[in-house]
Design a protein around this ligand. Structure first.
Ligand SMILES: *Cc1c(COP(=O)(O)O)cnc(C)c1O
Length: 397
C-alpha cells in the first residue's frame, strides 16, 4: 500500500497554502535541493568532464525513462527523456507519419493542447507532401478514424476539462483502420493509471514538470512500442541518437531501439531535480494514486456543488472518464481564481471561463480538500473576486 502521509512529508509546501496546481507545475521535493547541490559540487565540480562516465550522466536518459515507464505501463527499455514535450510531439509524429507513407491525414481533436496542433502544422509545412491536420470535436474522434488517417494525435486527458479519452478503445479502432497512434500523456503521467503496453499504443510522449514534480522546464519523455523501436526513423537525427556517437562518423546511423530518440546532450542538472521527484514516485503504486485521486476529486466536486452553487462543473462527473483535475465554469473565472489564490488556494484559469484545480494524492489529502472548499465558499459568499486588484491579468494565467 502506498503511504501518502509519508510522501506528503517529503514535499516543500508553503505554510498555510493549499496547492491545487500540481497539474501545471508540481511542488518541490524537499531533498531535490540537496540532490542538485551534490550533483553540482561532487559531480560537476569535482569530476568535471569525467562525470559523463563516472557519474553515469550519459545513461541517465534511459535510466530515468524506465522509472517513468513504470508509471505509464511501458515495457522496460522503451522510454527515454530529453528536450521538451513540444519537440517530442514533433519527433513521434514525424516518425509515425513516415511509417504510413500512403496516408495523408493526422487526426486530432479540439480539446488538444495548442502546442501539439502547432507542431503538427509546422511538420506538415516542412514535409510539404500534402498532409492534412484534421481537428474534430473530442466526442467525434472515434467516428473520424477512417482509412485515410495515418496517425491519431490525441492527448489522453483534456487540459481544460479533465475529460479522459478511452485509450484502449481508440487505439484499437486506429489499428483496425491501419492507422498509428501518438498519445500525449501530459496530464496522464502521475495522474491516472495509463497502461501503454496493455493498450498496444505505438508512440507516447509527455512532460515531467506537471504531475511528476520534476521542476520548471524539466525534460520530456518519449515512448516507442517494442515492435516499432528498431524501425522508426528519428526525424531529429542528433548525434546522441546515433548508434556510435563517439565514433564521430560523417553520416547518421540510428541507435538501437529507444536510444535513437535521443537528440543532444542530456540536461544533467535538471535531471538531478527530476530524479529526486522520482524517488518519491518509486514509493507508490499508480493504482493507489488513481483510487486516492478519484476519492479527492469526488470529494471536491461534492463540496463545491454544496457550497459554491454559482460554479458549474466542466469536468465529467463520472470519475472513470475524468483525469486528476476538476474544472468549473464561472463567468468571472480569472478574477475569482486571483481571489482564491489570495485566500491561499492555488489553482489556475484557462480561457474563456475555466477555473481548474489539480489533485495529487502525493501531497494533497482529504483535509486539504475540505479546507479548500471552505476558503472558496468565502470567496464566493462575499464576492471577494469583485475587488479591483483581482481584475488585472498577468502574462501566465
Ligand atoms: C503542458 C503541455 C504541453 C507543453 O509542452 P512543452 O513543450 O513542455 O512546453 C504540450 N502538450 C500538452 C498536451 C500539454 O498539456
Amino acid at each position: 500500500m502506498s503511504d501518502f502521509a509519508k510522501t506528503k512529508s517529503m514535499f516543500h509546501l508553503p505554510e498555510g497554502l493549499i496547492y491545487l496546481d500540481g497539474n501545471s507545475l508540481g511542488p518541490l521535493p524537499k531533498h531535490a535541493a540537496d540532490k542538485m547541490n551534490s550533483v553540482m559540487l561532487d559531480e560537476w565540480g569535482e569530476m568535471l568532464i569525467t562525470g559523463w562516465n563516472k557519474a553515469g550522466w550519459m545513461d541517465q536518459p534511459t535510466r530515468i525513462g524506465d522509472r517513468i515507464g513504470r508509471l505509464i505501463g511501458a515495457e522496460a527499455g522503451h522510454v527515454v527523456i530529453g528536450d521538451t514535450l513540444s519537440i517530442k510531439v514533433y519527433q513521434a509524429l514525424a516518425s509515425a507519419l513516415e511509417m504510413r507513407p500512403d496516408r495523408k491525414v493526422i487526426l486530432s481533436d479540439s480539446g488538444n493542447f495548442p502546442s501539439d496542433l502547432y507542431m503538427a502544422e509546422g511538420l506538415i509545412a516542412s514535409l510539404n507532401t500534402g498532409h492534412e491536420l484534421r481537428v474534430v470535436a473530442p466526442e467525434d474522434v472515434a467516428a473520424n478514424i477512417t482509412e485515410d488517417v495515418a496517425v491519431t494525435l490525441i492527448t489522453e486527458v483534456d487540459y481544460r476539462t479533465g475529460r479522459r479519452h478511452d485509450m484502449q478503445h481508440l487505439t484499437q479502432l486506429a489499428h483496425a483502420k491501419g492507422a498509428l497512434t501518438v498519445w500525449d500523456l501530459a496530464h496522464s503521467a502521475g495522474a491516472v493509471d495509463t497502461d501503454l503496453s496493455a493498450c498496444n499504443v505505438d508512440f507516447a510522449v509527455g512532460c515531467t514538470y506537471k504531475y511528476l514534480n520534476g521542476g520548471p522546464g524539466a525534460p520530456a519523455f518519449i515512448y516507442v512500442a517494442p515492435q516499432h523501436a528498431h524501425i522508426a526513423r528519428p526525424a531529429l537525427s542528433g548525434w546522441l541518437g546515433h548508434k556510435a556517437p563517439f565514433a564521430f562518423e560523417q553520416t547518421y546511423a540510428a541507435g538501437a531501439g529507444i536510444e535513437r530518440m535521443r537528440v543532444g546532450t542530456p540536461p544533467v542538472l535538471a535531471i538531478a531535480a527530476l530524479s529526486a521527484a522520482l524517488d518519491i514516485w518509486d514509493m507508490v503504486e499508480m493504482q493507489d494514486v488513481r483510487s486516492a485521486s478519484i476519492a479527492l476529486t469526488d470529494q471536491f466536486i461534492a463540496g463545491i456543488e454544496a457550497h459554491c452553487p454559482m460554479l458549474r462543473l466542466a469536468s465529467p462527473r463520472d470519475p472513470n472518464i475524468r483525469g486528476s483535475q476538476v474544472s468549473f465554469h464561472f463567468e468571472h473565472g480569472y478574477a475569482a481564481m486571483q481571489a482564491c489564490i489570495a485566500q491561499g488556494v492555488i489553482g489556475d484559469f484557462r480561457a474563456p471561463d475555466i477555473m481548474r484545480f489539480g489533485f495529487t494524492p502525493l501531497f494533497i489529502d482529504a483535509h486539504d480538500v475540505d479546507e479548500a472548499v471552505m476558503r472558496l465558499k468565502e470567496v464566493f459568499d462575499t464576492e471577494l473576486w469583485r475587488a479591483p486588484e483581482f481584475q488585472v491579468r498577468s502574462a501566465v494565467t
